[in-house]
Design a protein around this ligand. Sequence first.
Ligand code: ZN
Length: 290
Amino acid sequence: MLSRRRALCLALAALPVSAQAASPLRVMASFSILADLVQNLTGPRLRVAMLVGPDQDTHVYQPKPSDLRAVAQADVLVVNGLGFEGWMDRLAQAANFRGRLIVATAGIAPRQTPDGGTDPHAFQSVPNLRAYIANLRAGLSAADPDGATAYAAAADRYLQRLDALDADIRAAWAPLPRARRRIITTHDALGYYGAEYGVDFLAPEGFSTESEPSAKDLRRLIGQIRAQNITALFLENISNSAVLRQIARETGVKIGGTLFSDALSPANGPASTYLDMMRHNTRLMAAATR
Ligand SMILES: [Zn+2]
């Protein structure tokens, strides 16, 4: 079956198509996780770039002059949406972007934050990723109709890998009592993960990395950690860790490692793809709550 699909792709690629389809589609993804997803749908048809790189914080990103040029030249712009890239509208407007915009979270029912806002981190739930992939596939196929068959085949292959990932995450948590699954992270990025897989997360920095908690917030949180039997604290690759280290000192709760929340690791790190990131985070968190 695989070889038949490959043969079909080769046959399509060999067809004399328009000059535009012959050069790869230029896709600009807002951040590293989206760039990885797009890369999984491409083959040689796309040239994928990203604005916010590995280990970088999308919430507080400040576009560079070179981003303006890169966005202006892109055929497709891929964003998460739900307010994750607060700076994107202005950038796209300043770049006079006239290509196709793909909003990866389109159609996903957003989770509300405790203070009534919208939680943008929908990618932290594997079932939500099915919608991301469907939106990417539809958007890329609309921008490049000659590639539609290739995008559909790649999407199907990736969805199977997502199903396996989802089953592995559920299996990792299954033996751990619900009452032990209480974790603190440096910013509240894992709400969708917690809702999907039955883990309680508390976060000292609220829902954005833009603000530091006040002394009063911190005292309240330390009280909560003691009262609520928190099992583990985790650092994040994109956040300042000083606050969390202070909490660990004052409460005696252990730091379980570094989670990748809003950005992948560089290529030589433990979370350089979405699939690796989810497995890495799950492994660390499940080990710490054992
Ligand atoms: Zn975040």
